[in-house]
Design a protein around this ligand. Sequence first.
Ligand code: NAG
Length: 217
Amino acid sequence: MAASRFLLLGLLANLAFTAALASDNTPLQDFCVADTKSQVVVNGLACKDPKTVQANDFSSSGLQIAGNTSNLVGSKVTPVTAAQVPGLNTLGISLARIDYAPWGINPPHTHPRASEILTVLEGSLEVGFVTSNPENRHVTKVIQKGDVFVFPVGLIHYQRNVGNGNAIAIAALSSQNPGVITIANAVFGSNPDIASDILVKAFQVDKNVITHIQSKF
Ligand SMILES: *[C@@H]1O[C@H](CO)[C@@H](O)[C@H](O)[C@H]1NC(C)=O
């Protein structure tokens, strides 16, 4: 009797705990097209009245146009996120076109909120990501037109065009707003600067090396 009462109590406690953790992690309506004029602050963007939603809310144009790669890294990302397509709000996906000049790079960066799956439309790319501590294993290969590569959420990754022509890739990401942290810009180009003596210890180099790199960002 005592044992079965104990079991029942345990079961109830377990149920209560599960209920406390339960929440919907998928959308609760067909769509929540972003109301870009709303002042309401939510995790994502407020929905506009579904009756006013139009096909154009789920559409954008121009992804056939090459990005301008005349910059220091030789690449250009053209995003298609909830900022460009309001219908993506709450759906957990987005897209980007990436253009690469010959030997251009998409510098080491992470997406704090998304895994990425990338396919090559033109050219050849050297791609890679690095696993977390303590292994810091560098997983890398060269991929060709038609190949696909996956960058797991949060891991530092990069691409380089390893051809003498332009390269083009399309990346799909598992967030309406993946976010981008470009390592060099975040560490050496923060505003205000991270104290150089912190970076001296972190990177184990002289202060003049740190101030030189900081001056580039
Ligand atoms: C590409 O960007 C460079 C540098 O900002 C600029 O000088 C050039 O005019 C741009 N080219 C086109 C076609 O927009």
